[in-house]
Ligand binder design. Structure first.
Ligand code: SAM
Length: 242
């Protein structure tokens, strides 16, 4: 059953209007007809069963009942250094499917991608469209928000009970991800950081380590940035939220 995210909060018995894009998808992609059932998720992450109604030549949805959905116990924020175009899009899409709660784009010294201030709003809207479509496809009840890019010093202000730095040069005394999960079973918020194609400067890794980030290895191989992001989000999501 197809799911759509709608603005604001909805309740049983209410009529819900769709965006132009959603109406196009309903009519021409899903070829849905009056009476068809669909899922609606609102901004409070509540999910409802609704029925399509044809009103004055357009479609609305009549909300029938609220559906019981599992909410993630642990909020996982991925702070990932910006990487090139389609690989960044791919990372946003897959991490949304794998259970990330929020994506915080990072600007670090070795980021190849340089965003102009004037382009940020448009890029961010596109990234949030990608995560919304991924959340609709995998039937998440909550939306993954992609925030405005920030640098490492701004990132230090982000709150989280557990802060992890995925560091490919993590030495032998660094924690294994599994050991960390066993040591911190009751956290409800995690912030994990992934570097860009060129990795972190030692000083950047030191800054994070000096501010409470635990260095973790994702194995003996050097992973592409998007692979590392998917790997850490998937492991944390499976171990904490399933
Ligand atoms: N320094 C790498 C190199 O020499 O090719 C490039 C960085 S890697 C492509 C991008 C990011 O993925 C790293 O900054 C790190 O955050 C993460 N990463 C990649 N492999 C990792 C591993 N085995 N353990 C932990 N993090 C890893």
């Amino acid at each position: 059953m197809q799911q759509y995210f709608v603005k604001g909060t909805i309740s049983i018995g209410s009529s819900v209007f769709f965006s132009r894009e959603q109406l196009h998808h309903i009519r021409h992609v899903m070829r849905m007809k009056e009476g068809d059932l669909l899922r609606l998720a609102d901004e409070a992450a509540h999910v409802f069963l609704a029925q399509l109604r044809s009103v004055e030549g357009s479609y609305q949805a009549m909300v029938i009942e609220e559906l019981k959905v599992e909410k993630a116990r642990v909020h996982i924020t991925l702070a990932a250094a910006l990487i090139k175009g389609e690989r960044w899009d791919y990372m946003c899409q897959k991490c949304s499917e794998l259970g990330v709660s929020k994506i915080q784009p990072l600007i670090t010294s070795r980021c190849v991608v340089k965003l102009q201030d004037k382009d940020i709003a448009k890029k961010q809207a596109r990234w949030n469209r990608i995560t919304m479509e991924a959340c609709e496809q995998c039937k998440r009840s909550d939306l993954v928000m992609v925030d405005t890019p920030c640098d490492l010093n701004e990132l230090l202000a982000c709150e989280a009970q557990l802060k992890l730095l995925a560091y490919e040069y993590a030495d032998a005394k660094s924690d294994r991800l599994l050991d960390i999960v066993h040591r911190y079973p009751d956290v409800t918020s995690i912030l994990c950081v992934i570097g860009p194609e060129g990795g972190f400067h030692v000083q950047e890794a030191q800054l994070l380590s000096d501010n409470g980030f635990l260095s973790v290895s994702l194995g003996p191989r050097i992973l592409r940035a998007e692979t590392a992001a998917l790997s850490i989000v998937n492991v944390l999501s499976l171990l904490y939220n399933s």
